[in-house]
Ligand binder design. Sequence first.
Ligand code: PMP
Length: 456
Amino acid sequence: MDQEAKRALLHKDRQRVWHPFTQMKDYALQDHLLIEKAEGIYLYDADGNRYYDTVSSWWVNVHGHGHSRIKQAIARQLDETDHIMFSGFTHRPAIELADKLIDIAPCGLGKVFYSDNGSTAVEVALKMSFQYWRHVGKPAKSKFAYLENSYHGDTLGAVSVGGVDLFHSTFKPLLFDGYRLPSPLVSEWSDGRPTPEAAESSVAEALEAVRRLFESSAAEIAGLIVEPMIQAAGGMLMHPAAYVTGLRELCTRYEVHLIADEVAVGFGRTGTMFACEHAGISPDLLCLSKGLTAGMMPLAVTLCTDTIYEAFYDDYETLKTFFHGHSFTGNPLACAVALESLRIFEEESVLEHVGNVSSALREQIRRFEAFSHIAGIRQLGMVAAFELYEDAGSRRSYPFAERRGYRLYLEALKEGLILRPLGDTLYYWLPHCTSTAQLEDIVDRTCTVLERLGYR
Ligand code: PMP
């Protein structure tokens, strides 16, 4: 693209577009990256510069950008139907996708409710759980428990169960009350894994807090919502599987729904198809989006148990309908894409490849151990993270105003890397199609940038 056309577009972008999660002042100081092409793991800007999309375009992309099978699936579906409403109407892609999802999801989840983004998948789960308890004669069970540093989306219900004050505290007057539980924070890591001692104490303390809460208040708690294995937006906080197993036991014992928000971690990102598999458990409600369509189309689902579904069955004497549904619910194009993505998973042994690349990732990130300002190096599946510290030994952070993570992001762009920070936490959230050679190159480039900014 010629420079004049580029400047004109960016000028209009500044004038006309409000981008999410971006401070206005940054519009003035820094151009947005004008992306013209996306292919595989790469994005190309208007000047032809190539960038590794190490964050899978906000954690959604799975098989790489521009995958030919996905493109063909959209075209095929367009020949049959574009969007059609989903109340009173149904269609083949939604039916087949629901069937497939129930097949591969943790067992016990028998029904699929469609929506169109991760936040609404969470809203649906909260509303279903809340309404369920009313139908079974326990209306006092109306509150939700959630974790510190949890993130479940930006709509008001999802924000009410969000635990990241930076994002959520402004909206407090609009939110419903819940119970905030401590995160199972792991401080010590070795070879990308929590050390056994750190794992044991973090799990024991965090589960004890849940037990105490349930002991005193389960009669008024409908559900507990958790991002299994990785609290992503809260800082890529990884917890041991034993924590999720413990939550399942406590939720069952105290009659509280376990709501697994796998919007971010579902579809192989942690190495298994669903993160709950690490713990060998099934939740009562499961929220999925992002990777559901391999990151190609907006679609989300909330899966629930038959027990929950059946409590909504109406004899017309009581009003038990679930009054929730979005215009683009169950979009046929998106469902067709999701089905094609799941075929690719099977036919191209995607999880096997993820297993190999994630082992290489665990090895590669050990190179960050040589940097004295880095701590908390961790990894699970295609996700790895580390933190920048003024003093890594005592975990003394840099002053907030120094925006170290953001500065590293800007520097990484010059190296052809998109390293979107969460504060001073840097992470990779790699697409499954990443090759081991690309992975090595990504880590090489990251080390170059770290070196240049003096983190050695
Ligand atoms: N839950 C989790 C765990 C997420 O990470 C996100 C988005 N990052 C959401 C829900 C919300 O999804 P969406 O942005 O599609 O609304």
